[in-house]
Design a protein around this ligand. Structure first.
Ligand SMILES: C[S@@+](CC[C@H](N)C(=O)[O-])C[C@H]1O[C@@H](n2cnc3c(N)ncnc32)[C@H](O)[C@@H]1O
Length: 250
């Protein structure tokens, strides 16, 4: 049932405050040091520029700015080709924003979200209640490395900007094989991530071939690195400049 209070959902900004605070502290520290070593002068300027960049990036991603987080969710959702009947999973769901949007778009579906770092079931549930979909959305703590679900449980699996965050695997492309494990035959997948970052995912063609080897019947890559829906200033290699979508079915 829709909550009648004026409360708004709380979705964490993807640009963490750490990215502002750390260069801020370094700017101050190196500024103090320039009193003794004037040749250090360039460093406070560089760190200050970093602070300004990340403050602006936070603003652009937030609803008070250009709401780019919601825009990226829209870009993923628009690529889903699914009848909305059955169960969906969002891997690395954060505070539930994308899982909740799926539940709103597909009124006949039930949606699960799993999150590992900083998981707050209470906050996810509160957001789902505010958005009026709490009866069809559930949240669980779990890692994408070993999903806490049986084989063939879901009709749709999505993931947004989560794979690139996982560093404790030799080959992070194998995370997609784990996602396929929980998809039913004929099930649909749509993953949005920094797939053009070769250091993270290797070359595109071998990665897409691997997905076919792991059971994908169709695989398509959509290059979003020149999308006009994302401001140019965010299209840097350390933001979302290497973003793309891999979609298909198993
Ligand atoms: C950039 S955020 C995106 C959050 C969410 N997918 C969204 O679109 O709003 C990346 C998310 O991946 C999560 N994450 C990182 N490592 C994970 C893991 N091993 N298993 C599940 N989630 C993970 C992070 O905690 C974070 O919430």
């Amino acid at each position: 049932m829709r909550n009648t209070t004026s409360a708004l959902p709380v979705y964490k900004n993807w640009v963490s405050l750490k990215l502002v605070i750390v260069p801020g502290v370094l700017a101050l520290g190196t500024a103090v040091l320039t009193a003794f070593y004037s040749w250090l002068m360039i460093f406070p300027a560089i760190f200050l520029l970093m602070v300004l960049y990340f403050v602006y990036a936070r603003y652009l991603f937030s609803p008070k700015g250009k709401n780019i987080q919601a825009e990226l969710h829209s870009m993923l959702i628009e690529e889903i080709e699914w009848d909305g009947k059955g169960k969906a999973l969002d891997i690395g769901c954060g505070n539930g924003a994308l899982a909740i949007r799926l539940a709103k778009k597909y009124p006949e579906a039930s949606v699960a979200g799993i999150e590992y770092r900083g998981f707050s079931e209470a906050l996810c549930k509160q957001n789902a209640e505010i958005e009026g979909v709490s009866e069809r959305v559930s949240f669980k703590k779990g890692s994408i490395i070993s999903l806490p679900f049986e084989d063939d449980e879901f009709d749709l699996v999505v993931s947004n900007l989560t794979f690139h965050e996982v560093n404790d695997l030799r080959d992070r492309r194998e995370l997609m094989e784990e996602a396929f494990r929980v998809l039913k035959g004929g099930g649909v997948f749509v993953f949005q991530d920094l797939f053009l970052a070769k250091k993270m995912f290797g070359n595109l063609d071998p990665m897409l071939n691997k997905l076919s080897g792991w059971g994908a019947k169709s695989v398509e890559f959509i290059n979003l690195s020149e999308s006009e829906r994302i401001p140019n200033i965010l299209m840097t290699p350390f933001m979302v400049g290497t973003i793309g979508i891999i979609k298909g079915n198993v």
